[in-house]
Design a protein around this ligand. Structure first.
Ligand code: NAG
Ligand code: NAG
Ligand code: NAG
Ligand code: NAG
Ligand code: NAG
Length: 302
């Protein structure tokens, strides 16, 4: 009439630094003894109520006469492995259970990209590295949900992988990228990497020919794109237009786009002619021309 196990030894999954509890249930122990062992190192941890190992994080309790409970406080990743509950019968009886120690993801600062400044048209690789157990999945997303160009030429809202390579970066790729590390163990963590794309100014003009009658108010408009931000101004006959009562320049900015407007109040005869809008940044400058011509018969509505 030998002792026997009352229950299967359960596998246990514990987040790092919490407490692991392994329970061995034995019926009819009599004078036989129960030991807990670490299988991979063949170390005896406990015999009956005594802790044998020098690991102070381990303790043993005996409950309801049949349960022998091994507790490991402040669990470390090194505690991960197989544990054995053994009865010293001849032959000995044993059962094993697996202790899995899981670690939430953590993004490593050093191998992970910091903000990147890159010239339009060149290639860039954003890097992200994370630790954790199980090994975290790295997902890239853009902060505003915009599409990410994939290495295969397609585009997607998310890309999995430690390295996000964008060939021939263009201005639409500029913005905040989030590297998100997850492994099913909360909390999921993320890091924000700014991709800044530098390019020289460009100018577009919708109406290059603008007609106005004398005394009319008229607005000239240019669209420009540049990064770093350009300085923008208007010229007439190779002189910079100084803002005044009749000449009012305005700019409206949205990201790397700037709308330039020049309003001329009560057009005078010498105002007709060629105007230029100019955009200048550290990478270059460009301009666009608008011709303001005279419409002799303007119909006034009274
Ligand atoms: C513990 O895990 C092992 C392998 O991962 C499996 O073979 C065994 O059945 C599990 N034990 C229990 C009680 O679920
Ligand atoms: C990224 O990996 C996660 C987890 O493995 C998966 O659920 C998801 O579908 C993957 N996403 C993409 C875009 O591959
Ligand atoms: C950029 O990437 C493309 C495509 O992967 C490659 O053909 C090209 O040689 C790369 N250019 C540079 C400057 O590395
Ligand atoms: C031109 O603008 C001024 C100031 O906004 C306004 O007082 C004037 O009536 C406008 N003239 C015409 C012809 O629209
Ligand atoms: C601008 O130049 C034109 C032609 O060179 C000239 O006729 C005109 O008077 C000039 N206007 C001003 C305001 O200097």
């Amino acid at each position: 009439d030998l002792p026997k196990f009352g229950e299967l030894l359960q596998n246990v999954t514990v987040p790092v630094s919490r407490e692991a509890v392994l329970q061995c249930v034995v019926d009819n122990l009599q004078t036989y003894k129960i030991a807990w062992l670490r299988v991979d190192t063949q170390t005896i941890l406990t015999i009956q109520n005594h802790v044998i190992t020098k690991n102070h994080r381990m303790s043993i309790t005996h409950a309801e006469k049949r349960a022998w409970i091994l507790r490991i406080r402040d669990v470390k990743e090194s505690d991960k492995g197989w544990y054995m509950c053994q009865i010293n019968t001849d032959p000995m009886k044993s059962q094993v259970g697996y202790l899995d120690v899981v670690v939430p993801p953590d993004i490593l600062d050093y191998p992970t990209s910091t903000d990147m400044v890159i010239r339009e048209g060149s290639n860039v690789t954003l890097k992200c590295a994370a630790t954790g157990s199980p090994t975290p999945t790295i997902t890239w997303r853009r902060e505003g949900g915009e599409l990410i160009p994939l290495p295969n030429g397609a585009e997607a809202v998310a890309y999995n992988g430690s390295f996000l390579t964008i060939a021939k970066v263009n201005r639409l790729n500029m913005g905040a990228y989030l590297c998100i590390a997850s492994n099913g163990i909360p909390p999921t963590v993320s890091k924000r990497v700014m991709l800044i794309v530098h390019f020289p100014p460009m100018i577009w003009i919708q109406n290059q020919l603008v007609g106005a009658a004398l005394t009319q108010n008229i607005t000239l408009e240019c669209q420009s794109e540049a990064y770093p931000k350009s300085i923008n101004y208007w010229m007439k006959n190779d002189t910079i237009i100084v803002p005044g009562e009749r000449f009012v320049p305005e700019t409206f900015e949205s990201g790397y786009k700037i709308t330039m407007r020049l309003t001329i109040y009560e057009v005078d005869i010498q105002d007709f002619g060629a105007y230029r809008c100019v955009a200048k940044n550290s990478l270059g400058d460009t301009d666009g021309a608008i011709k303001l011509y005279h419409i002799p018969h303007h119909h006034h509505h009274h």
